[in-house]
Design a binder for this molecule. Structure first.
Ligand code: 5GP
Length: 179
């Protein structure tokens, strides 16, 4: 944890973008009593900022899924570690995620919620790496920033549980992932 991280997106830039996403979601979900589902743990920082930028009533829920271990390469398989507390049946669900990489995690969660009878499922992600999308991977409906294929940390995103509290999004130098 010694080298210099390269800042890709400043906290200020992120704040401004999240505000605009909040406006878009307010327009789309006013009167729909949506359930905003945070995908733990990575999305928690983005989620907290996003829900406060949404100006219509929303309900909170949380799920946890895993596809990455503690390294930087996806295992490809998705496991549900924690389900929502409330039923999604009949609800307009907004899945809030930190980053769409292969899109497998969100494809899995979206399929699950639709099977459970959700009325609609939209995906809102702070970051999108479209060049990494796998066949059958989900696409986000609302995206903060599209980025190149880089391993990034900060704003909730970790490397081995570190760097989540960085207020900016930074690229982690390769040598730091081998410590
Ligand atoms: P997917 O199922 O889209 O391949 O994986 C999504 C998950 O992989 C994200 O929620 C995140 O936990 C992890 N991930 C993908 N790319 C990155 C990255 O650049 N940095 C970090 N810290 N996690 C990533």
């Amino acid at each position: 944890m010694t080298g210099k991280k390269k800042v890709l997106l400043s906290a200020r830039k992120i704040r401004a973008r999240v505000k605009r996403l909040g406006k878009q979601l307010t327009a789309a979900y006013a009167g729909k009593d949506p359930l905003f589902v945070c995908v733990l743990k990575g999305a928690c920082v983005f989620y907290a900022d996003l829900v406060r930028a949404v100006r219509c009533p929303v309900q909170f829920d949380f799920v946890q899924a895993s596809s990455y271990g503690s390294g930087t390469v996806s295992s490809g398989e998705v496991r549900l570690e924690k389900a929502t507390d409330q039923p999604v049946e009949g609800r307009h669900v907004v899945l809030v995620e930190d980053i769409v990489d292969t899109g497998r995690t969100l494809a899995y969660l979206k399929r699950l919620f639709l099977q459970q009878g959700a009325r609609s499922v939209a995906i809102c992600a702070l970051l999108d790496k479209p060049s990494r999308r796998a066949a059958g991977g989900a696409q986000a409906d609302y995206v903060g920033f599209t980025i190149a294929d880089r391993f990034v940390v900060g704003c909730g995103l970790d490397y081995a549980e570190r760097f989540r509290n960085l207020p900016a999004i930074a690229e982690l130098p390769a040598e730091e992932t081998h410590e």
